[in-house]
Design a protein around this ligand. Structure first.
Ligand code: AMP
Length: 283
């Protein structure tokens, strides 16, 4: 595995790979690699001969009150994990080479990014699509793998690809969970061991919603209320939002129509940590 930090060098390597008819798969992360990230690498391996993993803690997707400075950066550990997962190139640039002094061009998302994460983290998705576009231009992938864990981000990126005619196929990776159902996340290390085991309640909420839909409860507000109650009754857990959306438009949904796909989106504050999760629910 080769470690590259210079965007120009990465771009030259990617161009050469393309000229040699190699299929490039990219997995973009902020590091602190875990089973979730490694499952994306595995999927990338299936669709591409060369896998590039990017590690970049993108300052532009963090709000002023968020955890940019204390975001975990266990680089040596990440290198070992990436190597053992079969990554070919690890691209890990410095912030200054991605956003040099005179950088001034950014992208702006539309309505898909307005609610939920976009509403609670102003500027977040503009920062995401700007860096994702830069990383696409640097790594020149045929395929890019993103996790369903960040379902709204995945929808925003699919929209970016369509809106800007990018010739890249997106593969969605299923959510990897801990034994109690908590979605694996780099931020889980901030939870106390008590909070971490209690956090299974979020997944239980998703399963409860699935069960209620299977029982033909079509009032989605009723189900949301039940899920919120389940979570709030766990000491220290405070839902920021729990909402059903249409799975393609991300527009909030109030009633379940037969034969449609919805997604239950959740964000929950646990002490200083904010956890997000979601589940796709078919009627
Ligand atoms: P992050 O480093 O948190 O920005 O995540 C990088 C990529 O890994 C994103 O596409 C995430 O959706 C994906 N990811 C993070 N956690 C998980 C998980 N538990 N299961 C599947 N994919 C994940």
């Amino acid at each position: 595995m080769q470690i590259i930090t210079d965007p120009g060098q990465m771009q030259a390597i990617a161009e050469k790979l393309r000229l040699n008819r190699q299929l490039i798969g990219v997995v973009m992360t902020m590091g602190a690699l875990h089973e979730g990230h490694l499952s994306l690498v595995k999927l990338a391996r299936k669709s591409a001969g060369t896998v590039i993993l990017t590690i970049f803690v993108n300052p532009r997707q963090f709000g002023p009150t968020e955890d940019l400075l204390r975001y975990p950066r266990p680089f040596e550990q990440d290198v070992a994990l990436a190597k053992s997962a079969g990554v070919d190139y690890l691209f890990s640039p410095e912030a200054g080479s991605i956003y040099p002094e005179h950088f001034q061009t950014t992208l702006e998302c539309g309505t898909l990014a307005a609610r939920f994460e976009g509403e609670q983290r102003p500027g977040h998705f503009n920062g995401v699509v700007t860096v994702v576009t830069k990383l696409f231009n640097i790594t020149k992938p045929h395929t890019a793998i993103f996790g369903e864990k960040d379902a709204q981000q995945l929808a925003v990126i699919r929209q970016l690809i369509a809106d800007l005619n990018m010739d890249i196929s997106i593969v969605a990776a299923p959510i990897v969970r801990e034994e109690n159902g908590l979605a694996v996340s780099s931020r889980n290390i901030y939870l106390s061991s008590q909070e971490r085991s209690a956090a299974g309640i979020i997944y239980q909420g998703i399963c409860h919603a699935e069960k209620r839909i299977a029982e033909h409860e079509n009032n989605l507000q009723t189900i949301v209320k039940e899920v919120k109650e389940m979570i709030s009754s766990t000491p220290g857990f405070h839902p920021a939002y729990v909402s059903f959306v249409d799975d393609t438009t991300f527009q909030p949904a109030e009633t379940a129509d037969a034969g449609k796909e919805y997604r239950l989106l959740l964000a929950v504050h646990v002490g200083k940590v904010r956890l997000i999760d979601n589940g796709k629910i078919r009627t």
